[in-house]
Design a protein around this ligand. Structure first.
Ligand SMILES: *Cc1c(COP(=O)(O)O)cnc(C)c1O
Length: 380
């Protein structure tokens, strides 16, 4: 699904040199690279505060702790996402409220959010699934009306631009009150181990969060709040500093691959290709980068998705099903409050979706082979 080795060879000198430097300096924790990376990412995103931490799941949890959410507070999020999002809500004894998604962009459904709001609702967590920013204009409008926090789960969306109705363009993860991201190796900006970060433009929240990631300490050995230990280590920061200057190039390569896939599948009836949801609803436009294609995900309709997975496996083509089970049906997150009739889209998508190889090193020959193999199957 990804070619991390091919990507490494393109930046080997820089990565090797910066890792060696960390080892020579032995500042493995909180070394200068961590602070430098933080600044560079703040500049890239045009956000006031980046707080590095140990992984994307911690980032979500810490964001929720920083906002002071309390047990019993309801947090609305998408039914169709990776489990980390709902996991931390449950861990903090907040009440997860899963809602259905939109069939076109796979992101949280705005009507479903509105229906789920109660007097106990405190926050909404839109997930920028597969690299496409959720409808943040609508999410922010609802949040303002109901006085809710918005926590963007930006683990799959780093580098994406979001164009607002008002004409402004912002990076995903800088629109809500706070956002989380992951530097897991296969993410669009991945390190060589675990890593994550929290973003916010709110000075007070940033201060609170900087203490939480460091055992609740604001003054050494004075623990004002219950915190956690969640750090990005210096070696990972060094890798990320080497890769950040390439993030836009990487995301453009992903978009170009998606465009080629979309063209190849455009006439195929049983395949619904992903939308870019920018100015051009069907295609992937050249002069904006709304979608960063963390995953390239098709819907296979009126055909057998599981048999296609098997067919691709037999032809040595990696593929993935993200995600095969709706979160509301997972044993850990089932709840009597949920009604199957409230999740028609997620229940359908889990049967239809398939993600094809998507990374920065795919060449035309590979893309041709993949698309021909898929088309042969669905047309047979
Ligand atoms: C990867 C991911 C996470 C978790 O990130 P980790 O660094 O693996 O903890 C959270 N949310 C989404 C949507 C993700 O894709």
């Amino acid at each position: 699904m990804v070619d991390l080795k091919g990507q490494y060879h393109g930046i080997k000198e820089r990565v090797d040199a910066s890792i060696s430097e960390v080892i020579e300096n032995t500042a493995f924790i909180n070394g200068p690279e961590v602070h430098q990376f933080q600044k560079e990412l703040e500049d890239y995103l045009e956000v006031k505060h980046v707080i590095p931490c140990a992984n994307g799941t911690d980032a979500l949890q810490i964001a929720m702790m920083g906002l002071g959410l309390k047990p019993g507070d309801e947090v609305i999020t998408a039914d169709f996402t990776f489990a980390a999002t709902v996991e931390v809500i449950a861990l903090l004894q907040l009440t997860p409220v899963l809602v259905d998604v939109d069939p076109v962009n796979f992101n949280i459904d705005i009507g479903a959010i509105k229906k789920a709001i109660t007097p106990r609702t405190k926050a909404i967590v839109p997930v920028h699934l597969f690299g496409l920013t959720a409808n943040m204009d609508a999410v922010m409008e609802i949040a303002e009306q109901h006085n809710l926090f918005v926590i963007e789960d930006n683990a799959q969306g780093i580098g994406a631009d979001y164009k607002s109705k008002n004409g402004s363009t912002k990076k995903s993860g800088t629109i809500g009150h706070v956002a989380s991201t992951s530097f897991f190796p296969s993410k669009n900006l991945g390190c060589y181990g675990d890593g994550g970060a929290i973003f916010t433009n709110d000075d007070d929240l940033a201060h609170t969060i900087r203490g939480i990631v460091n055992h609740g300490m604001y003054v050494r050995y004075h623990h004002d709040v219950v915190g956690v230990n969640s750090r990005l280590d210096s070696i990972q920061a060094a890798v990320l500093r080497a890769k950040l200057p390439n993030l836009d190039v990487y995301n453009t390569a992903r978009r170009n691959t998606a465009r080629k896939y979309n063209e190849a599948f455009s006439e195929i009836e049983n395949i619904i290709t992903p939308t870019a949801d920018c100015d051009s609803p069907k295609g992937i436009c050249d002069n904006c980068n709304c979608h960063v294609f963390h995953q390239y995900t098709l819907r296979i309709v009126n055909s057998d998705r599981d048999a296609l997975v098997q067919h691709l496996n037999e032809n040595n083509i990696p593929c993935g099903v993200y995600y095969p089970i709706p979160l509301h049906s997972q044993k850990a997150y089932r709840d009597d409050r949920y009604n199957e009739a409230d999740f028609p889209i997620t229940n359908q998508l889990v049967k239809e979706v398939i993600s094809l190889p998507m990374h920065t090193e795919l060449d035309n020959e590979q893309i041709d082979f993949i698309t021909r193999t898929v088309i042969n199957f669905v047309n047979k």
